[in-house]
Design a protein around this ligand. Structure first.
Ligand SMILES: CC(C)(COP(=O)(O)OP(=O)(O)OC[C@H]1O[C@@H](n2cnc3c(N)ncnc32)[C@H](O)[C@@H]1OP(=O)(O)O)[C@@H](O)C(=O)NCCC(=O)NCCS
Length: 171
């Protein structure tokens, strides 16, 4: 199977925060932001594997700065690593106040998607070859992040998480 680069999956999405997207305080609701992030991440995953995908898991998300009513939301998504049938996607989110002309970071997150065949069975995806230093760092860390999420999801025995254990236990 052909390999792919992170640049080939790069996805950029822009949304305007309207009254129906906000809470009592005039801030963008977390659920609406996660919905937009899910769509951006799904597009990046589909660009990588050229197949339909489903969200398998979302890592913890912390909202560093609220995005205000009338501001613009920018979401960037890229595949950081492909495993067998799953892909990890890294997302970065900024708000933009165009009246004051400044951009501010809102949050970052990792989503995991699985590619499905027409029978809805998980299917293999192309491997990812990172190019830039940042992409190489994200690629390397993806193995440990995958082990954390599979342990938390009850899909991996912690004793089998060799790379994760190596961070804490020096033999
Ligand atoms: C995600 C899903 C396809 C996994 O199916 P499964 O039968 O558990 O399949 P497998 O155990 O063979 O795992 C398939 C891949 O999913 C990955 N996976 C399974 N659970 C995961 C989790 N909680 N987090 C991250 N990856 C996970 C596995 O690691 C495996 O990846 P790999 O092939 O790259 O090693 C299945 O659970 C599903 O369809 N879930 C619902 C998806 C959905 O509807 N999402 C929308 C939100 S409700």
């Amino acid at each position: 199977m052909q390999t792919r680069t992170p640049a080939e999956s790069y996805t950029s999405m822009t949304e305007l925060v309207l009254p129906n997207d906000t809470n009592y305080f005039g801030n963008l609701m977390g659920g609406r932001l996660m919905y937009w992030m899910d769509i951006a991440a799904a597009i990046a995953a589909q660009r990588h594997c050229n197949a339909p995908v489903v969200t398998a898991s979302v890592d913890n998300i912390s909202f560093e700065n609220p995005i205000k009513l009338g501001n613009t939301v920018h979401i960037e998504a890229k595949v950081t690593r492909a495993f067998n049938t799953s892909m990890e996607i890294h997302l970065k989110v900024w708000g933009e106040d165009f009246t004051q002309q400044y951009k501010y970071k809102s949050n970052e997150a990792y989503y995991t998607f699985v590619a499905l065949d027409p029978n809805r069975k998980a299917r293999p995806v192309p491997q990812l070859v990172p190019e830039t230093d940042e992409e190489k760092k994200l690629f390397e860390g993806a193995l440990r992040r995958r082990q954390v999420r599979l342990i938390l999801g009850g899909k991996m025995n912690p004793n089998d998480a060799a790379e994760l254990k190596a961070l804490f236990i020096k033999e």
